[in-house]
Design a protein around this ligand. Structure first.
Ligand SMILES: *Cc1c(COP(=O)(O)O)cnc(C)c1O
Length: 207
């Protein structure tokens, strides 16, 4: 949950003759528009916030460059990767409520980030101030973080994110995230009642 300076990276890429590609899944299309900062392609896992209900697998690739668009269409046509009609329908239906879901998630996330930061069992909260994703590092390392995931009753211990239900996972156990703090929990905040979420977490945080 560190933030990147897209404008600076876009300018550096342009001066090196490189194209900038941004995976904007966590920010959602409402949180940032990387094409405006020089990205050639923006990727979204539509499985997450755009679908929003943890019942869809789909990916999106967005560009404003006609040449890139043509190459992407050719790759899709010759290599496959065309979404099924049900997946396309679910993504479109999800998009219709993205603004209201995200607003509710963000309200919850702002409140929970504040309360978590004030909790003695929490070493650090990384929350960029908007959106629904945060990293929460608890005192006590892997075993304390695992205890949170094992104990919660409302928050769902799961890898996926961006759904209406809150999900949480200790990330360091995965090879790709082996560099993060052993006590780091990735927390995707849903639209549940914020006090329900808080009591669920607080009951299992280290004292
Ligand atoms: C989940 C995720 C992906 C992969 O998307 P799938 O739809 O699960 O294949 C890529 N990037 C980010 C940031 C993700 O969270």
């Amino acid at each position: 949950m560190e933030t990147a300076d897209l404008a600076a990276i876009g300018a550096a890429a342009a001066s090196a003759g490189a194209r900038m590609v941004v995976d904007s899944t966590f920010a959602t299309p409402l949180g940032q528009q990387p094409l405006a900062h020089g990205a050639a392609i923006v990727l979204h896992s539509g499985t997450k916030f755009i679908g929003g209900h943890s019942d869809l697998l789909i990916g999106l690739c967005v560009t404003s460059d006609d040449a890139v668009h043509e190459r992407l269409i050719a790759a899709r046509t010759y290599q496959g990767g065309t979404p099924g009609s049900l997946e396309a329908f679910l993504a479109l239906r999800g998009l219709r409520t993205l603004p209201v879901r995200l607003a509710a998630m963000e309200r919850n996330a702002i409140t929970l980030a504040e309360r978590l930061r004030a909790h003695p069992g929490v070493a650090e909260v990384r929350y960029p101030g908007h959106g629904a994703m945060m990293a929460v590092i608890v005192h006590g390392g892997a075993s304390a973080a695992d205890a949170v995931c094992a104990g919660v009753q409302i928050v769902v211990p799961a890898t996926s994110l961006g759904g209406v239900e809150s999900t949480i996972e200790r990330r360091q156990k995965y090879a790709g995230d082996a560099h993060v703090d052993p006590g780091l929990l990735r927390f995707s905040v849903g639209i549940e009642d914020v006090d329900d979420l808080w009591h669920d977490l607080a009951a299992h945080l280290p004292a």
